[in-house]
Each structure stands twice: as structure tokens, then as C-alpha cells.
Design a protein around this ligand. Structure first.
Ligand code: HXC
Length: 517
């Protein structure tokens, strides 16, 4: 018996109303601003024909103050599952064209269901944020609903990758959901994220500011460090999600998508011999080294504009997905400061929890000296790096390219912090502190009495480097596994990685460590 026409028509009518979201006029207005609709974002995200929606017919059953005649199609959020590059992924997308994408109880229930599905199925979850925040008409119920989303973001953390796209307003406490996820991508022109906007700041503190200064993608990417990537538009944001996922496992029980060929040989790369200047004071762009080490020169830099004195990136070496962490000598001489420590430590923890081996490239003169650094807590922040590396059990390979001084040497995954293999180049300088500093302490009187203090200081510093900072000294004491030519680095890392893929390291059972936050 076929379904009656009346019932079929009723379904189609309801479907088309829900699918229309805020309606044609609002869709056109969005397109005119270069924005996709909530649904179009998910369609661009998932492989065509693979999206299965959850809760198309959902909307808050009881009417609220001021909303008596208002329909809320999909309750302002499109949710479901689909496939990306053949892998299942969950996603939700807030619909600003329906009551400003505001979050009420049903809206949150749909997001929570999507997150619950992601953790059950062990699949990544992608969320498009475009919302006026808590639905005012639903009062404290909306607040509680946010709490339920936050709770799940935390439960999912370290189990499945969570990626947020900020593609519209994301205001007040709502910003804490994306902040709890692993990666945030923000569109450059149509998005804003803040806890207290310029009006509130002015009213409460008298400070005059602008959205560009506190809530724009640029501000978050370069000053606050809240986001990881800027996208030029929605389509670019989707492209970044796809690229990011190409390096990530679907969950913490899986390996990342390695592309391992049976052939073990990786050729030497003579270009590496010429990238790093022998004189440790001459800067070089560490991304050139990463580019030579990564298969096909293909790598994805994360947070490129924030704390640029450290570079973090995903890539593959000999087919094995790795997370690169490298000092960047062109910025602040590659020193570690508060922001660089936060950036690197969180990346190391992400890689560890998702089984991504770490390749650390070292050229670090030390922690950044400065009153502000000390007063803002460089001790607490720098400790995050030590904590993150020491607790990471994934394969850890460290390459000391040039300077590796003091506490910063340890913080860049020295052997003592659990590196499985430490390779040094002949240009490496490994010592308890920088040559100039050491000379000033050890030879204070000689320098005071010297006719030409500068020349004497240089002479002693050169001597110190030769005698105390030689990589052969460290290799002699087994702090370094081997000293290799730069050209051999790629093949050495590739072989080491292959040999470490089955690495298992157990630690004493505990609830969790207490990382200095
Ligand atoms: C209900 C909302 C809403 C909200 C927007 N709308 N925000 N409805 N609850 N939170 C509705 C508007 O009434 C309007 O409905 C439609 O969405 C579009 O909004 P506009 O203001 O016309 O759009 P625009 O000019 O683009 O401005 C966007 C905006 C602004 C900047 C986001 O709407 C705004 O400031 N909204 C309030 C943001 C806010 O303060 N949220 C905090 C709530 S408390 P019509 O029918 O006219 O189309 C909160 C606490 C959460 O979020 C804490 C969690 C821990």
C-alpha cells in the first residue's frame, strides 16, 4: 500500500519550509555579503550526497515571550553526519537567518546529539558558529543548554578531533565552546568573537576600542592567539578543514593517516646543507628546513601569525604524519617566551593525544629575557613545554641545528625529557648557557681589565663555544644520539620514525597530571 498523497504532501511541505531556513530574502542578503547559508556550509564540507541530517523538523515546542507567531526552522542549527575523503565526520552549522542563530534548548540538544554521535562513532566533529548567543526568550534554559555543550566539548577533548569555524558573530560566553575545541578557523571579513564587546568595555571601564581591535580574525590570530587559521571566506574555511583533517586520525585509538610505502630508502637532500648559516648569529627561516624535511615540501603551518618565534606544523616524513615544532631564528632570535611556550605546549599535547609523532627542530638561544616576561609568568608558561614534552609518549625526534642553550635546550625536547633520538648537526652549540653570558660571568675581572673589552669578549666567547658547546662533547656524554650532516636529516628521521611506529611507553596510572596552566 503506497503512502497517501496527503501524507506525502504534508511531509514535503514541512521539509521545504525547514530547508528554506530564514527564507529567500535572507539567503540573498547573505550571498550578497559573500556568505554561505548554514546548510550550504555543510554541503561544501561533506562529499556530495553523503549528508544525513538529524533534527530537520526540530523546533522549540513552547512559544516564548515575543515569539508567538515565529517559526524557528531547524531551531536555527543544521546538524548531521557525512563523509570527507571517504571518512565519516559529524557536523553542525548555526543558522543566523533564523532568530539570529541563537541557541535555545532544542538547538543545543541537536548540537549535543551531534557531539555524542561523534564520540560514540569515533569521528571528528566540525562546528560552524554563527549566532547571536543565548536565545534571550528562553532565559536561563538557554544558559543551561550552553553548559551542556561545553560539558560535551570537554568530554570529547582528546577522544575525537574537534574543529570550530567562526563564520559570523560568536559573542559572550558562546565563545567558550569553540575555545574548548582543538582548532579554530575564523573567516576574515564576516566574523567577530569576543567576551565583552566595545560598548560593554566602554560602559564598564571607559576604555575606547573597536571590534577590529578586540574581536576580529586578525586580532585573534596575531595578538590573542585564540584562533589557529584565518580563512578568506566560507569556502576557504572548508578547504582548511579538509586539509587539517588530512593529517588527523578520526579518534585517539587510531593512527593518523600515514601514507607509508614499503620502500624504506629516503634520499639525502644536499639543499639542507646550505639553508642554515654556520654563524649562529645569522638568522634563517626555519620553515625552509621544514619544507625540505616534509614529503613533497608539503606542510600545514598552524597559528602562523601568533608567537612567530616558534613554528608548529603538520607534515609527513617518509609517509609518516608528524607534528613539527621549530624555533624561528628570524623572530625574537628564536627565543622562547610566554606566547611561544603556550603555543608549542598545546600543540605537543594535541599531537600526543592523537598519536602524531613529534619532530623538534632546535635553534634556541634561551628564554626571552625581560621584566614583562618575568612578571607575566614565564616560569609558569615555560614549564608547560617541559610538562608537555615529558608527558608525551608518541615518538619524539629532536634535531639540534644550532643553538641549544640552558633551560630552553631542555624545553625543546632534549633526550632527558624523553626524546627517542637526538640528532645534532656539526653546527650545533649545546651548553648550559649562551657564550656571551657565560664569558661575562666567568671572566668578569679579565674583561674589566682588558684594553679592548669587545675583542676580548669575542675571543673568550669563541673559545667557550669550542670548548663547552661542541656537539661532540654532548655526543661524548650520550646526550646526543648521533651527529649527522644536514643532508642526512630527512632519511635519518624517516628511518627512526619507521622504527618507532610501534612505540609503547607506559606511565604510572593517575587521573591526570597537573600541567601548570
Ligand atoms: C534571540 C536574537 C539574538 C538572541 C539576535 N537575535 N541575537 N534573538 N536571542 N541572542 C535575533 C534578532 O532579534 C533579529 O531577529 C535577528 O536575530 C538578527 O539579529 P540582528 O540584530 O538584526 O542582526 P545584526 O544586526 O547582524 O546583529 C547581530 C548581533 C546582534 C550583533 C549578533 O543581533 C546582537 O547583538 N545580538 C545579541 C547578542 C548578545 O548579546 N548575545 C548574548 C546573549 S547572552 P529578527 O526577528 O529581527 O530578524 C549570552 C550568554 C551566553 O549569550 C553565556 C553562555 C555561557
Amino acid at each position: 500500500m503506497a503512502i497517501s498523497k496527503t501524507l506525502a504532501d504534508e511531509l514535503e511541505k514541512r521539509r521545504s519550509v525547514a530547508l528554506a531556513g530564514g527564507g529567500e530574502a535572507k539567503t540573498e542578503a547573505r550571498h550578497a555579503k559573500g556568505k554561505m547559508t548554514a546548510r550550504e556550509r555543510l554541503m561544501a564540507l561533506f562529499t556530495q550526497g553523503t549528508f544525513q541530517e538529524y533534527g530537520l523538523h526540530a523546533q522549540h515546542a513552547t512559544r516564548h515571550f515575543g515569539m508567538a507567531d515565529k517559526s524557528i526552522p531547524t531551531d536555527a542549527v543544521v546538524c548531521g553526519t557525512g563523509f570527507i575523503d571517504g571518512r565519516p565526520v559529524a557536523g553542525f552549522s548555526q543558522d543566523f537567518s533564523v532568530v539570529g542563530g541563537s541557541l535555545g534548548e532544542i538547538h543545543a540538544k541537536k548540537i549535543c546529539h551531534t557531539l555524542d554521535h561523534a564520540v560514540k562513532a569515533g569521528v571528528p566533529v566540525i562546528g560552524f558558529n554563527d549566532s547571536g548567543g543565548a536565545r534571550i526568550q528562553e532565559g536561563v534554559g538557554a544558559l543551561s543548554a550552553y553548559g551542556q555543550v561545553f560539558y560535551r566539548n570537554v568530554q570529547l577533548s582528546g577522544v575525537v578531533p574537534q574543529i570550530s569555524v567562526i563564520a559570523g558573530p560568536c559573542a559572550g560566553g558562546a565563545a567558550y565552546s569553540p575555545a574548548l575545541t582543538d582548532f579554530i578557523i575564523m573567516t576574515r571579513h564576516n566574523a567577530e568573537m569576543f567576551i565583552c564587546g566595545p560598548e560593554v568595555i566602554r560602559a564598564v571601564t571607559g576604555q575606547i576600542t573597536t571590534m577590529a581591535e578586540i574581536g576580529s580574525a586578525e586580532a585573534h590570530a596575531s595578538v590573542a592567539g585564540n584562533i589557529h587559521f584565518i580563512a578568506e571566506d566560507d569556502a576557504h574555511a572548508v578547504a582548511i578543514v579538509h586539509r587539517l583533517l588530512s593529517f588527523l586520525p578520526s579518534n585517539n585509538m587510531m593512527d593518523p593517516p600515514h601514507r607509508i610505502e614499503p620502500d624504506l630508502s629516503v634520499a639525502d637532500d644536499p639543499v639542507l646543507d646550505d639553508i642554515v648559516p654556520e654563524d649562529s648569529k645569522v638568522p634563517f627561516d626555519c620553515r625552509k628546513v621544514i619544507e625540505r624535511l616534509a614529503d613533497g615540501g608539503d606542510y600545514l603551518e598552524v597559528m602562523p601569525s601568533f608567537a612567530a618565534n616558534i613554528v608548529i606544523a603538520f607534515g609527513r616524513i617518509g609517509g609518516v604524519v608528524v607534528g613539527f615544532v621549530s624555533n624561528q631564528p628570524t623572530v625574537k632570535a628564536g627565543t622562547l617566551d610566554i606566547d611561544a611556550s603556550d603555543k608549542a605546549a598545546r600543540f605537543v599535547r594535541f599531537c600526543n593525544v592523537f598519536n602524531i609523532p613529534l619532530v623538534t627542530l632546535v635553534d634556541v638561544p634561551g628564554f626571552l629575557p625581560g621584566v614583562q616576561e618575568e612578571r607575566r609568568g614565564i616560569i609558569r608558561h615555560g614549564a608547560k613545554m617541559l610538562f608537555a614534552y615529558a608527558s608525551a609518549t608518541v615518538p619524539k625526534i629532536t634535531v639540534i641545528m644550532r643553538k641549544a642553550y640552558g633551560g630552553a635546550y631542555l624545553a625543546m625536547c632534549s633526550q632527558d625529557l624523553g626524546a627517542d633520538r637526538v640528532l645534532a648537526w656539526p653546527t650545533a652549540e649545546i651548553a648550559v648557557m649562551g657564550a656571551e653570558g657565560a664569558v661575562n660571568i666567568l671572566y668578569k675581572r679579565d674583561l674589566e681589565q682588558a684594553d679592548d673589552r669587545k675583542a676580548k669578549s669575542k675571543e673568550l666567547a669563541d673559545e667557550y663555544r669550542e670548548e663547552f658547546a661542541s656537539p661532540y662533547l654532548s655526543a661524548g656524554k650520550l646526550f646526543v644520539s648521533d651527529i649527522i650532516q644536514p643532508r642526512q636529516t630527512r632519511s635519518a628521521i624517516a628511518l627512526t620514525l619507521r622504527g618507532l611506529l610501534s612505540k609503547r611507553e607506559t606511565r604510572p596510572p593517575k587521573k591526570h597530571g597537573n600541567i601548570p596552566l
